[in-house]
Design a protein around this ligand. Structure first.
Ligand SMILES: Cc1cc2nc3c(=O)[nH]c(=O)nc-3n(C[C@H](O)[C@H](O)[C@H](O)COP(=O)(O)O)c2cc1C
Ligand code: SF4
Ligand code: SF4
Length: 261
């Protein structure tokens, strides 16, 4: 059984989860989606896994585009390494695969710390609890995948949250994710180091006059804001004074490599 695990990760959670799954499946290969999507040929796989965050109860746009490149696979599994709330994302993700004439056999929810700074960052004691639970969860995933089981996790979201609030806002927001970078601002702490540009998975940032400029092709992965060593990037007036987050077991170099052309 050849296993390829494709991952998309802004702040390292999904990459860390993907690495852990890879380590437990003999011969499994890890491939970054920002890189894979640039390849001309379509994907023809045996076991194909996808590990990614969930944004606004929906699949990241880049991952949806990547799924369009899958031509065939014997068994497909998808792991949402989000903050645990999938809302309507479970149903919508199965639908997305079906619309491409693909069968998603397993959809698995792995709660990780929240990186969505304008809302709430997961406190450190809760982060530790999530990390401590991961080994057991990864073992469950590996058993599902090795036995090629059908599986659909629960969305872990109340009906009200999934459909009314923030469900409606999320549906509206999801369709304008690409232009939400117009809210990013940079303050005078910026040194012009270019890290924000290098971690961006879609080349959406250029450095002009030693400052980042965003180009309205955003995924809202928050890599630029979270990895800036000076904490010089803010999202409008919603992130000032709020602690930054990136996965402590993943380095900025790992993310730059995942995003490299
Ligand atoms: C714009 C945005 C929207 C998000 N929406 C959700 C969501 O609907 N449900 C959820 O569980 N987590 C949500 N998150 C949290 C991320 O999915 C979560 O922190 C994930 O682990 C980040 O993965 P990464 O470190 O691989 O980038 C959101 C994060 C961002 C930046
Ligand atoms: S990473 Fe931060 S300090 Fe470096 S160029 Fe970007 S905004 Fe400026
Ligand atoms: S501009 Fe920032 S938030 Fe948008 S895709 Fe690039 S790194 Fe992610």
């Amino acid at each position: 059984m050849k296993t390829e695990i494709f991952y998309f990760s802004g702040t390292g959670n999904s990459l860390w989860v993907a690495q852990k799954i890879r380590d437990k499946i003999q011969g499994a290969k890890l491939i970054s989606i920002p890189n894979a999507i640039k390849q001309e040929e379509g994907i023809k796989g045996d076991t194909v896994g996808i590990v990614c965050p969930i944004y606004m109860y929906n699949i990241p746009h880049l991952v949806a585009d990547f799924i369009g490149k899958i031509e065939s696979a014997e068994y497909i599994f998808l792991v949402y390494a989000g903050a645990g709330e999938l809302g309507g994302g479970v149903k919508d993700t199965f639908k997305l695969f079906a619309s491409q004439s693909l069968k998603l056999s397993a959809l698995i929810n792995v709660p990780m710390p929240n990186n969505y700074t304008p809302y709430d960052i997961t406190p450190e004691d809760q982060q530790k609890e999530l990390f401590d639970n991961l080994e057991v969860r990864v073992e469950e995933i590996v058993q599902i995948v090795k036995n090629r089981r059908n599986f659909a996790d629960s969305s872990n979201t109340s009906f009200f949250r999934a459909t009314i609030y923030p469900g409606i806002l999320y549906r509206l927001g999801y369709n304008r994710i690409n232009i939400m970078d117009q809210e990013f601002i940079v303050d005078k702490k910026c040194t012009g180091c270019g890290i924000c540009k290098s971690v961006c998975p879609v080349n959406n940032i250029s450095i002009e006059k030693d400052k980042p400029v965003w180009h309205k092709n955003c995924q809202q992965c928050y890599a630029c804001l979270q990895w800036c060593p000076e904490e010089a990037i803010e999202y409008g007036n919603k992130t000032q004074g709020i602690e930054r987050y990136h996965n402590p077991y993943i380095t900025v170099k790992d993310i730059i490599q995942s995003s490299a052309e």
